[in-house]
Each structure stands twice: as C-alpha cells, then as structure tokens.
Design a protein around this ligand. Sequence first.
Ligand code: NDP
Length: 408
Amino acid sequence: MWYVIFIQKGSLQDTFNVIIKVGVKDFWNIHLYPNIHPFDPLAWKILVIYSAFELAIMKWIPGKVFKATPTATGHVPTYNANGVQCYFISIVALFACKYFDFFNPAIIYDMLGKLLGSIVLFAVFFCMFLSVKGLYFPSTKDCGTNGSLIVDYFWGTELYPRIMGWDVKQFTNCRFGMMYWQLGILCYAFKQYDLYGYVSSSMLISIVVQTAYIFKFFYWETGYFCSMDIQHDRAGWYICWGCLCWVPSVYTLHTIYLVEHPMLPSPLLTMILIVAGMVCVWINFDCDRQKQNFRLTSGKEKIWGKDAEYIVASYTTEDGVKRTSLLLTNGWWGLSRHIHYIPEILASVFWCVPLQSDHYLPYFYPVYLTILLFDRAWRDDARCAAKYGRAWDEYCEKVPYKVIPGVI
Ligand code: NDP
C-alpha cells in the first residue's frame, strides 16, 4: 500500500507493471525495502517518544474511574477515563512541537514507510509476548489457550492483559492507533502546507470530518470499553497488530493520498460535504450515546421523548453468578440491531469523496469498513445469541433487521 500510494500515486496497474518488469526480488530489494525497512534510528526514536508520551498521559492525567461490564468470570475491568484530556493534550503537544521548532510534523509523512516498517516488526513480536503472557502469567482469569498455537497468536490468550498497570488494549487500540489517526492526518496536512503553501479544501473536508469522528471516539471512549473489541476480542494479533499497524496505515490512507493530490472543490461543495459528514458522525455518536446512557441509567433514560422500551436478558457467568442486561428496543435501536454502522460507513464516504481519484486504492477504507462492519454485525449477533439465548431471540423478533431497516 505504501508503494502504491507514495510511488505510483494510487495506481495498482502501474505497480503491477513494475513488478512484472523488474521481478518480485528486485521490486522488493530496489523499490520497496530501502523505503520501508524497520532499521531507521529516527523512526524508532519517533515511535518510542510517541508511545512513552501516550503511556505517561494515559496513566498520570487524572480521569474518572470507569467500571466496564463484568466479564464471564466476574472480573470488572476498571479504567482511568481520561480520553478527552489525553486527546487534547496530544494535539496541543503536536502543535507545540511545530511552534517551538522542536519537531516538524511533516516528517511523519516523509518517514511513513520506515515508521510503518518498524511498528509492523515491533507488533509481530509484541503479539508473541502477549500470547505467552496470557498462558503463563495472565492478569485476570479471562485467559487460556484456544487449542492451537496459531489461534492463540492470532486471537490472543487473554481478554484484559495489563503490563505494569497499563491496560494493553486501551493503549494499543485507543492511545496508539486511534490517537495516531488524529495526529497522523494533522501531520499530513502540515506536509501539504510545506509542499504547496496552503491546505487544500479537499484536505480540509477530510480532516474536519475525521476529526469530528475521532473526537467523538475519545468523548465516548468509556462506551468503547464496553464494545466487542474490548469485551470479546482477546489481545492477540487480530486486534493489537490491527490497532498498532493497520489503523495508522489503512485508516489514514485517503489523507496520505490527498497530500500530493490537492483538489479544490467549490466552497459550496466543501460546506455540503463537511455538513453531511458531520451529521453522519453525530448520528453514529447519538446511537452509541443512547445505548450507553440507557444502560447507565438502568433503562430510565428517555428515548426520543418516550420511556425506554427494553427486554431484560439474563445470563450466567462462568463462575455461576446470574446477571441481567437490558436490551433497548426503541429509538435508534428499534430500527435495526446495528443501526449505528450505517452513519459510520456514510461518514467515511464523505471524507473520501474529495479524493476525486481515478484509482481504486485511495477509496479502500470505506469499502473495507463496510465489509468489516457487516461481518461484525454477524459476529456480534452470534455472541449475543450465545450469551442471552431466548431473550436474544425475543429481541430479534422485536427488532428483525440486522443492519439496514427493511432490507437486511
Ligand atoms: P456495539 O456498540 O454495537 O456494542 C455491541 C454490544 O452492545 C453487544 O455485544 C451487546 O453487549 C450490547 N448490545 C447490543 N444490542 C444492544 C441493545 N439493543 N441494547 C443494549 N445493549 C446492546 O459495538 P461495536 O464495537 O460494534 O461498535 C461500537 C462503535 O464503534 C460504533 O459506533 C461502531 O460504528 C464503531 N466501530 C468502528 C470501527 C472502525 O473500524 N471504524 C470498527 C468497529 C466499530 P452486552 O454483552 O453488553 O449485552
């Protein structure tokens, strides 16, 4: 992806032609490896400083104590909920680096191949360490082998690993991956400014809508602690490598492309795309907020001005304790069981529309996200059906559509 976007300006066809012409070995040795190898001291320095900074503020910036949903073994994951504070501190720190001439954020764009090469290498070994940790010195009882070394590595062996008090998934998913998404796109805008002396309106649309989305993520971070990534997916290659490597590269791909392809949509179109994107981000947020507040108030939250309607679903944890959860069946959650995925996908379409590219790859993210979220809707339904049994069937009868109301 790095080669296609940076060297072939998005063209898979031209990339393919080069590989055919020079052969895979020379393509790797001459064209790729020198640009993405993981042995550049500056790349490691940047990664170490960034990670250390995020780890430090994650631990020491005060926040409210948040207790997430108890696990099957009765463990209650507890977090320092300081996402918004850390989000703003990180952005201010980036601008301060530029202002005080300590570091030019545009370097991130120039160094991206080597930064990604380094983090990919690190993450491969880090996930090995996590697999071993979950088997031999786990942090909680939600751990154990999946029956095969490969699945243990891929899926992970532990649900809530902590290292020296740091929650691993809060760091990899939120404070490394999602935070990079925000800081990375700002760095790319700095690069465009360095190149052309202005930030294009296409870059502006993309950054404003994504910033709204990422801010929403940190504002709602405690809700994320109760989502599938955290409650269900173990800390393995799938989620940790994904958040350390895949999020920083693929989720910012379209903005990387925009740096050297500054488009100038009219002011009217710019406004329309920004507003449409922000509306989608808001609907996605409102869906998550409605469900979260409904659960926090034990069903007392008013839903679109009416009393909440819900199903009381009971389940038994592995240690034999009977518990109940409430499943909301009106408001957004009465329209379909994963209604929040629709505005999420549409927002990504709006922040990619300004690309106006003839190539497919820059549009990869919305296509990938659609596949990811539809797959997730199936996975989440299967998980909830196993957890709640009859109560989930009742919920599915009341809210029959999985994602798109009236269609599927
Ligand atoms: P959800 O917020 O959809 O959480 C799913 C869990 O919520 C279920 O497992 C269940 O957990 C509970 N639940 C399900 N239905 C109800 C209901 N009717 N009432 C109350 N609780 C219910 O998780 P996701 O992680 O899929 O999504 C969270 C956000 O993250 C969304 O905004 C999504 O769009 C976004 N997202 C973005 C991705 C990206 O890569 N950009 C990837 C994935 C998600 P329980 O066991 O507690 O009952």
